[in-house]
Design a protein around this ligand. Structure first.
Ligand code: B12
Length: 439
């Protein structure tokens, strides 16, 4: 079958940081191995996204089009949506290739499968969650598919969404083959983000109140074998010249020992690469921080989210301020940059908690000022997503009601602390400026 895989627009503007579409790349490889003729188009690096899509549809005349919706919106307190370009792409596909089946998937799709299938009749099927097994199986019998994990389809006026696949990742994860597109398209576009992602595991067992990761990848940590992870890094580095990676795991240094083993293997193979990822603070210690640095860590991304103990507790982080500061202390003594993400105006905010939060930010800046190794501090209001405990909490507090449309950006930011973010950003930007000038 001729299959076109399309990566829908993931950011609001062409100048934004690019991310190589790892999920689509895995699926393209598997479909080719299953004998399909596959073409791929990433609208994010296409010079003329819709013109290029139209030309590809006309030239390749696919029988099936798979469309990946990674992001529904850009987060970061912004109110723009990535649904309009997704809708435009669907309409273009349906107009140019009316006989082709459209199958949707990706993280953005997986957060709103019912809503998107109802709103967009152009979509024939969807798959929520990971699709390594279900997409090839769906294409093997597209007219009468069996009840596959994650499959979404219409039954009369109803949309049926099957439970997503959660099999041990080592059973089906393919070794990477060729790259989908020229790596330079991604590398040259970016200033901060390493565009090439590598997974060491799937799943997240923490259960923070606002977070959809357990919905997307399950609560159980499903690790890839260490050698497979390092094989990916080695191949991408040696064959394609890629020197910098982002490990895409929700929490990179969990479970204890897995990242340490990967680092030991990177060092054993003498791979001269750089990498980054999101670290859990209470799993960083004197014994592993140096190993991470030696193995190429170029940025410790922390997302403690809570600026004081009450916030950490209400967000369900299962973390203490002491652990956040201990991790900051350890990271600040290295030659590696650190980036911190915090959420502002969380449920239960008061004048006192604002001061506590400011105190924590000041301490973090003081620690990192010595070696000037604080990349930045990112301050966000919380995007409310369906199916999370925050959505119920926000409903109970009256911040949203049953009619609130969560498909489009809705942030938890009730009065009277709705402008707190600007106060904290003023502090953060002033501290940043003076830190880099060494004052
Ligand atoms: C790692 C990551 C990042 C890294 C990426 C680094 C890199 N080089 O890859 C960084 C930190 C840079 C990042 C940035 C952003 N991210 Co991000 N990111 C993730 C994360 C944790 C993992 C994504 C990943 O690579 N997974 C591994 C791949 C293999 O899985 P996958 O993409 O899901 O693909 C599978 C399935 O979805 C499915 N599938 C995928 N495509 C298709 C297509 C079809 C047809 C089918 C059937 C199935 C299918 O099958 C695939 C294989 O199983 C997810 C959350 C999560 N746990 O999933 C958020 C997530 C995707 N990010 C999100 C967002 C919003 C962003 C940013 C906009 C945030 C920001 N303001 O900076 C940017 C956008 C960057 C961009 N250009 O797209 C959101 C998207 C939801 C939303 N609100 O829109 C998520 C879900 C996190 C969240 N907060 O909810 N991100």
């Amino acid at each position: 079958m001729r299959v076109l895989m399309v990566q829908s627009l993931s950011t609001e503007g062409f100048g934004q940081e690019k991310v190589y579409p790892l999920g689509s790349a895995i699926l393209v490889g598997l479909l080719e191995r299953a004998g399909h003729e596959v073409a791929f188009l990433d609208l994010n690096v296409a010079p003329d996204p819709f013109g290029d899509l139209s030309r590809t549809l006309n030239d390749f005349h696919p029988e099936t089009v798979g469309i990946s919706l990674r992001n529904i919106d850009p987060l970061a307190n912004k109110t723009s949506s990535l649904i309009p370009p997704f809708a435009a792409a669907l309409q273009l596909i349906a107009t140019r290739r009316p006989q082709a089946r459209i199958i949707a998937g990706g993280t953005g799709f997986s957060l709103f499968p019912r809503r998107l299938l109802r709103e967009f009749p152009q979509i024939s099927y969807g798959i929520v969650g990971e699709a390594e097994v279900s997409l090839p199986a769906l294409l093997a019998s597209p007219d009468h598919p069996p009840s596959l994990p994650g499959l979404c389809h219409r039954q009369g006026t109803r949309v049926v969404v099957n439970r997503p696949a959660r099999r041990p990742i080592r059973e089906y994860y393919p070794a990477p083959t060729k790259l989908l597109t020229d790596p330079a398209l991604y590398i040259q576009a970016n200033r901060y983000v390493a565009p090439f992602g590598v997974e060491t595991k799937r799943g997240c067992n923490i259960g923070c109140v606002y977070c959809p990761y357990p919905l997307l990848q399950g609560k159980k940590l499903r690790c890839r074998p260490v050698a497979h992870v390092v094989d990916d890094l080695e191949l991408l580095h040696k064959e394609h010249g890629i020197g910098s990676f982002h490990f895409t795991d929700p929490v990179l240094n969990a479970p204890p020992g897995h990242l340490e083993a990967i680092c030991t293997e990177i060092l054993r193979r003498k791979l001269s690469i750089k990498w980054s990822g999101f670290f859990r603070e209470d799993l960083l210690h004197e014994g592993n921080v140096g190993l991470f640095e030696r193995a190429g860590c170029e940025c410790f991304s922390f997302s403690p989210d809570g600026l004081y103990q009450g916030a950490l507790d209400v967000l369900g982080k299962r973390l203490s301020v002491a652990s956040v500061l201990q991790a900051a202390r350890l990271a600040s003594r290295t030659g590696v940059l650190s980036v911190y993400h915090f959420m502002v105006n969380v449920p239960g905010e008061s004048d006192d908690t604002c001061l506590e939060g400011i105190g924590l930010l000041e301490t973090i800046y003081e620690l990192h000022a010595v070696r000037k190794n604080l990349g930045t501090v990112v301050l966000n209001n919380i995007r409310i997503l369906p199916g999370t405990r925050l959505a119920s909490l926000a409903r109970a507090h009256g911040a949203i009601n049953g009619d609130t449309d969560l498909l489009y950006p809705v942030y938890y930011n009730p009065k009277p602390f709705d402008t707190l973010r600007y106060r904290l950003e003023t502090l953060q930007q002033t501290k940043n400026a003076f830190m880099w000038m060494g004052e």
